[in-house]
Design a protein around this ligand. Structure first.
Ligand SMILES: NC(=O)c1ccc[n+]([C@@H]2O[C@H](COP(=O)([O-])OP(=O)(O)OC[C@H]3O[C@@H](n4cnc5c(N)ncnc54)[C@H](O)[C@@H]3O)[C@@H](O)[C@H]2O)c1
Length: 469
């Protein structure tokens, strides 16, 4: 099958490479010439495990090409729209201008009977708006196929997704022939695209456009809710002396709850969850569904408060941030990606620098993307160099190499053995055994003062057990 993929960022590049690996002939189209050039040479323009290999395989077979020329989409039977839908500059809503311009640009190159399929995450009602644009081409069909891949595991998620969702005009009832049960055009085209996945038993759900749009938004809103729930509980733990890691472990063993996304810490960031919950909020507000609007507002506020709690705790651990030498482990918004869009780690680092601290940030993959955007921070690719002379170490992105960092080795580099593990992933006992003072968000530590006596985490007074240098 000949397929075009419009927009080759974190979603589109992986989608194009995956489709080529399934045997399709795929042309990836992007307006960014540098990205296209790199992809064309079989190199991912960002770090995503397994993507380079998939791109090189696609290139070797000749089935995967990239171009800036949208005319090269001509002749494809299915066109996937994978462009960005960032938060609008002046509101919580999604900016749909890239989607509109990509659709407009594609219009003259669509063959009769071609199927245009959206994969970008969009507010409910977007498909109706795009149908308006496509009404100039009544011979062309439209479908919506939201994407659930996660950066860091995007290749695996695309090759073995949890489910496939097809949004089609008229929903499930209209998707199949009433007499024979055979799928009609859009469903049949998507079945042909995803044949190997369907053969492997991946569930496929067919629904109407509004449902397909909302499934993705609601899924992200639920994940964000789970993270913010446990983070709100971590505040309660801080105030009461309970330990949120033990609490969430016990909660997660209940299969109705589950332990994924139930890990308290610095909270979520990146190019998706934050803008998606704000867009969900804006959709709810426009549709006058106040409960969802309020709910998402709280989820967002709890999430952002984790960053403030972390900065406050750093301030407390240093007895003030002015002039302090601080090392931050992690710059990407989560491990296994170099994406720094709305990175909680960089936000915290920048806020500590704004308060007068000398902040050095290290990251296994994201230093290159971060250093130009944050001139107020110092960057080091070597963890050892980054740790030199630190008065406080903050673990802000839980890369495996930071989880496994030797407290003895790290202790030899720093000036003071104090670590704020804002992802609650370190083996606290092992670090304490090497003489480190360890703090986390919502954690109970034996050397910590009774929180019922001294409210911890939000004062500017250094705790008695932390010597002020
Ligand atoms: N990143 C993820 O993990 C993920 C997962 C699921 C869904 N999504 C959704 O997928 C969409 C894309 O996200 P992303 O992270 O890949 O964004 P991105 O910014 O990495 O990629 C978007 C790409 O679209 C290109 N583009 C913009 N206008 C174009 C046009 N007119 N023609 C061709 N290319 C154009 C940009 O140059 C860019 O390369 C968003 O709606 C996002 O919410 C992302």
């Amino acid at each position: 099958m000949k397929i075009s993929v419009i927009g080759c960022g974190y979603l589109g590049a992986v989608h194009a490479a995956t489709l080529a690996s399934m045997g399709h002939t795929v042309v990836g189209i992007d307006v960014d010439a540098t990205k296209v050039d790199q992809l064309g040479r079989g190199l991912a323009p960002f770090f995503e495990p397994g993507l380079d290999e998939l791109l090189q395989d696609g290139r070797a077979t000749g089935r995967l090409t990239f171009t800036t020329d949208v005319a090269k989409a001509a002749g494809a039977q299915v066109h996937f729209l994978c462009v960005g839908t960032p938060q609008a500059k002046t509101s919580d809503g999604a900016d749909l201008t890239y989607l509109v311009s990509a659709t407009e640009a594609l219009l003259p190159h669509l063959a009769r009977g071609a199927v245009v399929v959206g994969k970008s995450t969009v507010p409910v009602g977007t498909v109706d708006m795009l149908r308006g644009i496509l009404s100039r081409r009544p011979d062309v069909l439209l479908g919506w196929n939201p994407e659930f891949l996660r950066q860091g595991t995007a290749v695996k998620d695309s090759l073995v997704p949890d489910r496939l969702v097809y949004g089609v005009a008229g929903g499930r009832a209209a998707a199949f022939d009433a007499a024979t049960g055979a799928p009609k055009a859009v469903t049949a085209a998507l079945d042909a695209v995803y044949g190997p996945l369907l053969d492997a038993g991946i569930p496929r759900l067919v629904c109407n456009f509004a449902t397909a749009e909302l499934i993705k938004s609601a899924a992200n809103a639920f994940l964000a809710t789970k993270v913010s729930f446990i983070n709100a509980v971590s505040e309660l733990c801080d105030a009461s002396g309970a330990d949120v890691t033990e609490l969430s472990e016990a909660m997660g063993l209940d299969p109705r709850i589950g332990n994924r996304y139930l890990h308290a810490g610095l909270g979520f960031g990146g190019g998706c969850l934050p803008k998606d919950i704000r867009s969900f909020r804006a959709q709810a507000s426009a549709l006058r569904v106040g409960s969802v609007d309020e709910w998402m507002g709280v989820v967002d506020a709890v999430n952002l408060r984790q960053r403030t709690r972390t900065v406050n705790l750093a301030h407390e651990l240093c007895g003030g941030l002015g002039g302090r030498t601080i090392t931050v482990l992690g710059a990407s918004f989560k491990p296994d990606t170099d994406d720094i869009r709305d990175s909680p780690a960089l936000d915290v680092a920048a806020r500590m620098a704004a308060a007068g601290a000398h902040v050095t940030v290290t990251d296994p993959k994201a230093v290159n993307s971060a250093w130009m955007r944050y001139p107020q921070l110092r960057f080091e690719t070597s963890v050892e160099k980054a740790l030199e002379g630190a008065e406080l170490v903050l673990l802000l992105t839980e890369w495996e190499e930071y989880r496994l960092l030797s407290p003895a080795l790290a202790g030899g580099m720093v000036r003071r053995r104090v670590v704020l593990d804002a992802r609650n992933v370190l083996d606290a006992e092992a670090w304490q055994a090497e003489g480190w003072t360890v703090r986390g968000l919502g954690r109970a530590f034996p050397d910590r003062e009774d929180p019922k006596v001294t409210h911890f985490g939000c004062t500017s007074v250094a705790p008695a057990n932390i010597p002020t240098p």
